[in-house]
Structures are given as structure tokens and as C-alpha cells.
Design a protein around this ligand. Structure first.
Ligand code: TYD
Length: 136
């Protein structure tokens, strides 16, 4: 089941009194080549993002600043994760429905993605997603 492949990846953290540093290398810390980076910021309190799955896209989602929750759902099981450390990444494989909420003020959601933006890769209807999962 795809939700079994979801995992928190602990990224390298170079602790320094001048400020900490974390880095991510493709195929080492994430199990894919990084083709795109995007980030969500200035999210107003109470807002919900996501609400879709991807046919092929894999992602690593990082709370680069602040915190938020990610609800992941593989069509059978739903689990809520709380991200609140800059050195944790949540690996999200293909065919996982995701919703994000509970954004703290000034939070930044950094996403490393395995492919370029492609609207055709999105599944934006939950019922359609569940049907696709259950029909294999
Ligand atoms: P979407 O992925 O639906 O946002 P979220 O899941 O974070 O709530 O994207 C919102 C809009 O931004 C949508 O119109 C597509 C566009 N977009 C791009 O043009 N390029 C990108 O890399 C991403 C992630 C989104």
C-alpha cells in the first residue's frame, strides 16, 4: 500500500552557534532526482492547501520554517503528520492524496519534486482518486 512507503527522512543537520544548516542531495537523501523546487509561504491562518494526488510525482515536503500538518491518504488509510523541524522531510510517493492545514504564522513549506509542473499529473477529485486506487 503506498502509505507504507511514506516516511519521515531525517536530513543532515550541521549545528552551528552561528545558525544551523541542512542540505538535501538527490538520490542520497531523497529517492528521486529533483527536477523542481517550490515553496508555500504567507499562508493565512486557518487556510487549507493541497486537496489532490499525483499520478507519478514524488515529493519531499519540509517545514523549512514554522510548522503545519499534512494529511496523507492512499485511498484506504488516512494519517496526519505534524512537521515542525527544518531537518525533517516527509517523503510522499505517487498516488497519495494530500491536504495541508494548521499552518503556523510565517511558516514556509518547501517541496522538492521529482518532475516539472504538469497539471495533467494531478488528480483533483477525491472520489475519482479512490476509484482509481481501488480499480488498480
Ligand atoms: P497546487 O499544487 O494546487 O497548490 P497546493 O497543492 O499547494 O494547494 O497549485 C496551485 C496553483 O499553482 C495551480 O494553479 C498550479 C500552480 N502551480 C504551478 O504553476 N507550478 C507549480 O510548480 C505548482 C506547485 C503549482
Amino acid at each position: 500500500m503506498p502509505l507504507d512507503q511514506v516516511r519521515i527522512i531525517t536530513l543532515p543537520k550541521i549545528s552551528d552557534p552561528r545558525g544551523n544548516l541542512t542540505f538535501v542531495e538527490e538520490n542520497r537523501h531523497v529517492p528521486f532526482e529533483i527536477k523542481r523546487v517550490y515553496y508555500l509561504y504567507d499562508v493565512p491562518g486557518g487556510e487549507v492547501r493541497g486537496g489532490h494526488a499525483h499520478h507519478e510525482l514524488e515529493q519531499l515536503i519540509i517545514a523549512a520554517s514554522g510548522s503545519f500538518d499534512i494529511i496523507l491518504d492512499d485511498g484506504y488509510v488516512r494519517h496526519r503528520f505534524h512537521l515542525n523541524r527544518s531537518y525533517f522531510g516527509l517523503y510522499v510517493p505517487r498516488m497519495i492524496w494530500r491536504e495541508m492545514d494548521n499552518f503556523s504564522s510565517a511558516s514556509v513549506c518547501l517541496v522538492l519534486a521529482s518532475n516539472y509542473f504538469d497539471e495533467a499529473d494531478y488528480i483533483r477529485d477525491y472520489a475519482e482518486f479512490v476509484k482509481m486506487v481501488r480499480n488498480g
